[in-house]
Design a protein. Structure first.
Ligand SMILES: Cc1cc2nc3c(=O)[nH]c(=O)nc-3n(C[C@H](O)[C@H](O)[C@H](O)COP(=O)(O)O)c2cc1C
Length: 311
């Protein structure tokens, strides 16, 4: 998620869960090929398994970007066919590509040819008037001819004009049953469901019907629900018992960042929602908000903030 799942937040998530696959923010293929790679692609080894999400529509450029991603150590390359923002549409990629399944198939084929890691597609159930179940099925059938490794479906349509990106994440109703139907009718495809999922109970329910679940805002707004994800979803030991323990194991990462000249706020801006609803949470947020932005702010700011929370 843009402005959300940067490397700092992903590294924090790894203190809560090791089994889940993490996604980067979307990066345009052209930026990967021509831009500052350390800034755009750099990640900490603790973040594995990690997928780089690419935006773009030019198969050759996407293939080049995918190759670079694989060389950087990414475990998967995901193509964004779900973002409806104006900026994305003017570049004619993202959700607009749902109307061009053959182009997406060409892009996936080029990427598959370029790398040995999985190549996956994130898409909507439809756009504008192209929003019948049969339209999505056709999209999946065309794209699967290029051996797409997984279809991650945001279970609501997008309106390319008339709704803001934010509205497009909330206003069109969720149509989970169409994603379930896709899995039933195309059992050989790996289908992941996304949209409005916030608890592990919900995750487990969906897993009865599809292969995987993607959680966006739920994981950002209330990462604590992931504390038990490894045990419940992957049969692994959870890395931390509670948020305090998770923050404790995150300390060395934070110390490295701040010690290397980075700002504490780069990290704590992602931690503002922790402890929501607990006594002292407001003082925790206020302290971080005021103190972490100051030059020279270090780990003691976070320690003090956490001390305000009484459990
Ligand atoms: C701030 C923000 C940024 C997002 N950026 C991306 C993105 O870069 N790529 C993408 O595929 N989806 C992006 N999304 C959409 C989410 O991945 C997800 O599909 C959507 O929010 C619905 O799932 P959720 O209800 O679990 O959040 C973004 C969502 C938000 C709130």
């Amino acid at each position: 998620m843009m402005e959300r799942t940067d490397r700092h937040f992903r590294a924090f998530l790894r203190c809560l869960t090791r089994g889940t696959l993490l996604y980067t923010e979307m990066v345009h293929a052209r930026a990967v090929v021509s831009g500052d790679r350390e800034k755009l692609l750099g990640f900490d080894p603790c973040e594995h398994p990690i997928a780089l999400q690419l935006g773009g529509e030019d198969p050759e450029l996407l293939a080049q970007a995918a190759r670079i991603a694989e060389d950087w150590g990414y475990d998967e390359v995901n193509l964004n066919v779900g973002c409806p923002s104006d900026r994305v549409q003017s570049g004619c990629f993202g959700a607009a590509l749902m109307a061009r399944p053959e182009r997406v198939a060409e892009a996936v084929a080029a990427m598959r040819h370029a790398v040995s890691v999985p190549v996956t597609v994130k898409h909507r159930i439809g756009i504008d008037d192209l929003d019948r179940y049969e339209d999505m099925l056709r999209f999946v059938d065309v794209v699967s001819s290029s051996d797409c490794d997984r279809f991650s479906v945001h279970a609501r349509k997008a309106w390319l004009s008339g709704l803001s990106p934010k509205e497009n994440r909330n206003v069109p109703p969720l149509r989970y049953h169409e994603v379930y139907r896709l899995k039933t009718e195309r059992p050989e495809q790996v289908v992941e469901i996304n949209g409005g999922i916030k608890t592990l109970d919900e995750v487990e329910d969906h897993l009865q019907r599809v292969d995987a679940v993607m959680v966006g805002r739920g994981a950002y707004d209330d990462p604590a629900f992931l504390l038990d994800a490894d045990r419940r979803c992957f049969g692994l030991d959870n890395p931390s018992g509670d948020l305090r323990e998770a923050l404790q194991s995150y300390r060395s990462y934070i110390a490295n960042h701040v010690g290397g000249g980075g700002r504490l706020h780069d990290i704590t801006r992602h931690l503002m929602g922790l402890f929501a609803g607990q006594p002292g949470a407001r003082r925790y947020r206020r302290h971080l908000g005021q103190e972490a932005v100051r030059p020279g702010a270090d780990l003691s700011v976070l320690d003090t903030a956490v001390d305000f929370v009484t459990i």
